[in-house]
Design a protein around this ligand. Sequence first.
Ligand code: HEM
Length: 331
Amino acid sequence: MTRGLPAGEVGPTEGASVLPPDDTGEAIDLPASGLTITFGFGPTLFRDADGRDRFGLAGRQPDALRTLPHFPGDLLDPERSHGDLCVQACADDPQVAVHAIRNLARIGFGTVAVRWSQLGFGRTSTTSTSQSTPRNLFGFKDGTANVKAEEPEALDDHIWVGADDGDATSSWLTGGSYLVTRRINMTIEVWDRQPLGDQEAFVGRTKGSGAPLSGGDEFTEPDFSMPGSDGPVIPRDSHVRVVHPDFNGGARMLRRGYNFVDGSDPLGGLNAGLFFIAFVRDPDTHFIPIQNKMAKSDAMMEYLKVTGSALFAVPPGIAEGEYVGQALFEA
Ligand code: HEM
């Protein structure tokens, strides 16, 4: 599918008329559209809620791969949270991404079942300096200070699991990463009634160019000590200050989320927000403390409601002839 070929060997229309096709057909004539598929393993693949070893893998569960804690203000829907396996399909065309998920779920029928899924659109971050910064549904540029592909040292320090991380039993994850998902509903209609200056103070950056409130252009480093008329010009409770590496032990994360709109709620408000996705080397140092702090002291939280949450370990890429997670399953 990542090469634009059908999911099965026969294809959507060439098989016997008495059998269901081995490809569902909605991607016929569509190009691969940059399709990538990322797989992850959740903590419950290793142990059930009572700590029992489900598939003989418990001895290889990395210490950091635990169900994420409850964060202040979380209003999680259990039917949109957690899971044993994660399959993420990304493509330039949602039809291609949905085709991939649908066919993988179809092939897995009887062995696995879909617990939840989320369709997103428009990325909410850049992951390369060659991309221009997109905007989230609050209308702000998102991804400015993200870790970029052109920063190999930062990727090693903050994103890829290193050979010395964890102990020998989790060596299958070396070169992989942890994937955090948070389904964050935005109270869009309330946000839209806030004055521009307040919106910018919540974020800590300007809405137009994305520059820090301390001045410069989008990529100027924020000056958190610059005084304003009432405290620092970048408020202490602004999002960028609360989550900035300078105030979080230097920890960075690779954000790679998407916007979502899942229709409207009964009051006519959009059921919309940001499907936050981040890749980190260690959730215990690079996500949980930062999320805790954000939940407690970030001014933007007033406009957010977290309705889904999950953590997965993503094994490293595979070589020709290998299958995903081979080092875990055959250790
Ligand atoms: C709906 C929820 C969220 C919105 C609307 C949002 C929005 C933004 C915006 C506009 C920026 C500034 C531009 C940039 O550098 O990308 C930013 C930066 C950032 N956000 Fe968020 N964010 C959200 C949730 C989160 C969450 C849950 C986390 C992690 C706990 C997070 C971590 C970060 C980090 C680490 C930065 C970069 C800070 C820096 O180095 O300057 N964000 N976010």
